[in-house]
Design a protein around this ligand. Structure first.
Ligand SMILES: *Cc1c(COP(=O)(O)O)cnc(C)c1O
Length: 407
């Protein structure tokens, strides 16, 4: 991709997404389960741009949402109601109500208290809520603690015994319909065994539920498939699918998976311009117009993204790549090798398609970046760059004097 040209056409900082790659990844995962009923529900939070969602909806993907806002995004791009799942550890009454009214496939319940709330709300609407219960299998996903969710010390889901009690309650309720079972043990998983261990535990519970005549149709194995940022190894999709099928031991269910990062992570590039280079006697800094508010993963998780200077020879001196935000934690990379850069050079951060733009903010009153997609060699804007007026709009009417408002 000609990042220099894209940068001059759309300005920087900029996100660029390779839609052909997104398609490839979606289809690879879908095909891994080809012999079985399966549903790939893309995890919207990884990258919730409407054009990304529309592209995936057109490919036949379902959607895993963690707020009613994400559900609405999915519906807006024409996703089918019966392919939308709503998860999350703390859904509000309004969110549950709206999800029910929209008749989506499943509401993933994460506590007994939530189940009772949902039952009340469904009763008020005289509807039957299709539920899935998130089981926390108590396995160590061996990933970064911030993105590990399958240990009992995490806030997510309920233990298998509690889940069983919840299903028994739901079975007897007029307003609840046990439909799915769910686990999601963490993100950026690069080892298969914790997923299979979890699948076995949850599959065992599924069998116990069958014995109680609780008929679960969807077996949701969550997301979390890791990707290559540097030298990681991806989980082999064939082994993944076979491992899950093995854990199910022939039980007849539709397999649902909820990949986010796997589909969009390496489709995305974050493109920034070099403003200055500076040397403080000890350390070399490459200062760019992209910052932690645009891409927070390095600051938040200590994530390593590969970075290169477009069109330049690689790897001369060691430097930190930093942004203009007033925090020492504002960096895109530390101690990496880059050629000598000058003002106007383009740097490209790889692996930025997931949890990049979707985690961006207006910190330091910075306008959020533009987003562009490239499909079959053609580029197209899919989100315009924010302007100052966008950023201050929700505040401006509250200024006390009309005078100040006019300025
Ligand atoms: C975040 C999340 C996902 C997606 O995680 P990835 O690591 O991006 O695949 C899937 N399911 C649930 C419930 C999540 O919270």
């Amino acid at each position: 991709m000609d990042f220099k040209e894209l940068a001059s056409k759309y300005k920087t900082p900029l996100y660029v997404y390779d839609f052909n790659y997104i398609k490839e990844r979606y289809e690879a995962l879908k095909n891994a389960f080809y012999a079985r009923k399966s549903l790939v529900c893309y995890a919207v939070k990884a990258n919730s741009n409407l054009s990304v969602l529309k592209f995936l909806a057109d490919l036949g993907a379902g959607f895993d949402c963690v707020s009613i806002g994400e559900v609405k995004r999915a519906l807006m791009v024409g996703a089918k109601r019966y392919q939308i799942i709503f998860s999350g550890v703390g859904k509000s009454d309004e969110e549950l109500k709206e999800a029910l009214e929209n008749e989506i496939l499943l509401i993933n319940v994460e506590s007994f208290a939530e189940l009772l709330r949902l039952e009340e709300i469904a009763k008020g609407l005289n509807l039957k809520a299709r539920i899935s219960i998130r089981v926390n299998p108590g396995v160590d996903a061996k990933t970064h603690p911030y993105i590990s969710t399958g240990l009992n010390e995490n806030k997510f889901g309920v233990d298998a015994q509690t889940a069983k009690k919840m299903y028994i309650h739901a079975k007897t309720s007029e307003f609840l319909e046990p439909t799915g079972i769910h686990f999601h043990i963490g993100s950026q998983l690069t080892s298969l065994s914790p997923i299979i261990d979890a699948a076995k535990i949850v599959s065992e519970l599924l069998r116990e539920l069958r014995a109680l005549e609780i008929d679960i149709k969807f077996f949701d194995v969550g997301g979390g498939l890791g990707i290559i940022y540097n030298d990681e190894k991806e989980i082999n999709l064939y082994d993944y699918a076979q491992g899950i099928l093995g854990a199910l031991k022939g039980q007849d269910v539709t397999i649902v998976c909820e990949p986010g990062r796997f589909i969009v992570g390496n489709a995305g590039y974050f493109v920034a311009s070099v403003l200055y280079e500076k040397f403080n006697g000890k350390k070399r800094f490459v200062i760019t117009d992209g910052a932690m508010n645009d891409l927070i993963r390095p600051s938040l998780y200590g994530a390593h993204h590969k970075i290169f200077a477009y069109g330049k020879d690689e790897n001369l001196g060691t430097c930190d790549v930093v942004g203009p935000v007033c925090e020492s934690g504002d960096f895109l990379a530390k101690d990496i090798k880059l050629p000598e850069c000058e003002s106007g050079d383009i740097i490209v951060v790889k692996g930025a398609g997931a949890y990049g733009f979707s985690m961006s903010s207006n910190y330091n009153t910075r306008n959020r970046a533009a987003e562009v997609c490239v499909l079959d060699g053609k580029d197209r804007l899919i989100r315009r760059r924010e302007c100052f007026e966008d950023v201050v709009a929700p505040e401006i009417e509250f200024l006390e004097s009309a005078d100040a408002r006019a300025k």
